[in-house]
Design a protein around this ligand. Structure first.
Ligand code: NAD
Length: 352
């Protein structure tokens, strides 16, 4: 890049996909999810501070494109993310994302980052955080139904943060299950490949559903869920896209991220709009109980909320010095004389 006038631009750290992979591999995925979990938990603990809105979703036949903004007053963040269940069959990712963190005081971005990998890390960290508060004590076995892009991240986060030692994998596509089993080979987890969802949930203390289907699917039926289980349902996250039979919801105590968004997108679409649910931040701050009995079924009806992405971006920004993996992007025009934007362009004529 020819640098005409360094002060004509404000450089913004950019974390590419390659940089993110270097960051994950230098810190280690499990440690990184533990650390992101701490950031997410710290931000849930100061929940009332945040500007909150259900995400802005643009739906099409094939999927959805969403913007997820929030701010704590000091920083503002947003994520651009798609959700296209039909993508996989066409060779594209179901979920891809990128995001920005900016300083509220002058509006200048302080980080621009890939967020496809980061979303998988933050989703698994959030799931594990919820299970820490809601899961049965001493949970060791988790069923993982849906073995796509999110799957191994979920397995490793639950191993690291919850103490899971065994995972039971099931996917309608056996290739996905074999891919996940291979990726988890040296994880220290006891990995069991199952041929049905029923087999996968047998003996599981925690059931994670992370399937992608643009319909009200029934990945779990009522008879598959025994008392005392914690369900981590992450694949039902759009209007008309759910995973659980309604009867399971009626037997469960339901915990959500941000109620106004989950009413639109989560499993609780199937319930009356005033059906009681608890927001997770209230459990984290000790205002309301999480799990209160061994027989209780707890359900984390996860859709993914903007503060989780904000926390993840905050975390990545704080790692830039530690890892060094980023480049500085010439993203913002910033002329010496703030009013002389035209002059800056004009002076570049013949030089650039
Ligand atoms: P993916 O397409 O990579 O994987 C989904 C897997 O589900 C595929 O392997 C598919 O074969 C399998 N599947 C579909 N229907 C099934 C069924 N009935 N039983 C068993 N397996 C089935 O998708 P992904 O990136 O892993 O995402 C999984 C889901 O999680 C998506 O629905 C996505 O929108 C959602 N998601 C939620 C959050 C959140 O914060 N809650 C974050 C990221 C992704």
């Amino acid at each position: 890049m020819i640098n005409l006038n360094p002060s004509a631009m404000a450089m913004v750290p950019f974390v590419s996909v390659q940089d993110m992979m270097k960051i994950v591999n230098s810190i280690g995925p499990r440690q990184m999810m533990r650390e992101i979990c701490a950031y997410i938990e710290a931000d849930f603990a100061r929940w009332p501070l945040f500007d909150k809105t259900p995400r802005i979703a643009t739906h099409s036949e094939e999927g959805v494109i969403e913007l997820m903004p929030t701010s704590d007053g000091e920083y503002y963040g947003f994520k651009y993310v798609n959700g296209h269940p039909s993508n996989m069959a066409r060779g594209f990712q179901t979920v891809t994302a990128f995001g920005v963190l900016a300083r509220v005081s002058n509006g200048y971005p302080v980080l621009f980052s890939e967020m496809t990998v980061l979303t998988a890390l933050r989703t698994a960290a959030t799931s594990a955080m919820a299970a820490k508060y809601l899961g049965p004590k001493g949970a060791r076995t988790m069923a993982l139904i849906g073995n796509g892009a999110q799957c191994e991240f979920q397995a490793l986060a639950f191993q690291e943060i919850v103490g899971i030692t065994a995972v039971r994998l099931y996917d309608v596509d056996a290739q996905a299950t074999h891919k996940a089993a291979k990726n988890l080979e040296n994880s220290g987890l006891d990995v069991m490949i199952c041929n049905t969802a029923e087999a996968a949930v047998t003996g599981a203390d925690i059931i994670t559903t992370c399937t992608a289907d643009k319909q009200n699917a029934t990945v779990l039926t009522d008879n598959m869920v025994g008392s005392g289980v914690h369900i981590n349902a992450i694949g039902g996250d759009c209007p008309g896209k759910t995973e659980l039979h309604r009867d399971i919801l009626l037997r469960s105590d339901i915990f959500v991220e941000y109620q106004p968004q989950t009413r639109i997108e989560g499993e609780i679409q199937a319930l009356d709009p005033d059906y009681p649910v608890t927001e997770l931040w209230q459990v984290i701050t000790g205002q309301l109980p999480g799990r209160s009995s061994d027989r209780q079924i707890t359900l984390f009806d996860s859709v993914g909320f903007a503060t989780e992405d904000f926390s993840a971006l905050r975390y990545v920004r704080d790692q830039l010095e530690r890892t060094g993996h980023h480049i500085d992007l010439d993203l913002l025009a910033d002329p010496d004389d703030p009013r002389d934007l035209f002059g800056m362009v004009n002076r570049a004529k013949g030089v650039l």
